[in-house]
Design a binder for this molecule. Structure first.
Ligand SMILES: C[S@@+](CC[C@H](N)C(=O)[O-])C[C@H]1O[C@@H](n2cnc3c(N)ncnc32)[C@H](O)[C@@H]1O
Length: 222
């Protein structure tokens, strides 16, 4: 299995909060069936449609931030995308995705890391996808680091797709507070290095039958 080594350089206080974040997600994925978590999608339709609209070629280098046990990687491989990376803070989530994919997991690059601290190669990705990860960054310093990471790791004119709870969406997810967004607020967070190309809404039906309103924004790095 291909694996990227990640080196962290953070203060003791920051390390503590990252470990709390990590143990939270390890515990979720160690105790729950990935098809029963509220964010589960059998087919991430809106993400796949937005990815198609970027018109990136099949050789595009795509990274799914906080991909966890999402089926996005399965669908991308099936569509012929050959360079797919999944980054997640939880190794249990990554293992669940690898087990589901079986031998096809070899075709994916897996990174176990916190996105605010991961060491990513510069200007290497054509497309950055994040569904339901950025909205957990409730501290401004973490959101700033996230935007720095995307700016650093995306190629010029690269695409960034961000899905977060909408302003009329839930205030919490997986027992954690989230920040809810309008497209304008997400553009504000991403800053001048990113241009908003399109936005859409989705009402996600959780496995237990409740509705969660999401917004999806597609940005292009200037
Ligand atoms: C709500 S789930 C969404 C999973 C997936 N994107 C999907 O749509 O099915 C949030 C995911 O982000 C991961 N995560 C949370 N905080 C993270 C962070 N700071 N860095 C990397 N991954 C993180 C969790 O382990 C979890 O897999």
């Amino acid at each position: 299995m291909k694996k990227v080594c990640v080196f962290l350089c953070v203060s003791v206080a920051e390390k503590g909060s990252i470990m709390n974040r990590k143990s939270h997600w390890e515990s979720i994925y160690s105790t729950k069936n990935p098809t029963q978590v509220s964010w589960y999608q059998q087919r991430p339709e809106v993400s796949l449609e937005m990815i198609e609209r970027t018109k990136v070629g099949k050789a595009a280098n795509i990274i799914d931030i906080g991909g966890g046990a999402s089926t996005l990687a399965d669908h991308l491989l099936a569509m012929g995308f050959a360079r797919v990376t999944v980054l997640d803070i939880s190794m249990a989530a990554i293992r669940a995705a690898q087990e589901r994919l079986g031998p096809k997991a070899e075709a994916v690059e897996w990174i176990e890391a916190d996105i605010t601290e991961a060491v990513l190669p510069a200007r290497s990705f054509d497309l950055w996808h994040d569904r339901a990860v950025f909205h957990f960054l409730i501290e401004e310093k973490d959101r700033r680091k996230y935007v720095e990471q995307a700016t650093h790791a995306l190629k010029d004119a690269g695409h960034l797709i961000l899905a977060a709870f909408a302003s009329d969406g839930p205030t919490r997810c997986s027992g954690l507070d989230v920040v809810r967004y309008t497209p304008e607020a997400l553009q504000e967070e991403m800053g001048g290095a990113f241009e908003l190309m399109e936005t859409t809404r989705e009402t996600h039906l959780t496995p237990s039958g409740s509705e969660q309103r999401f917004i999806y924004c597609r940005f292009r790095k200037r």
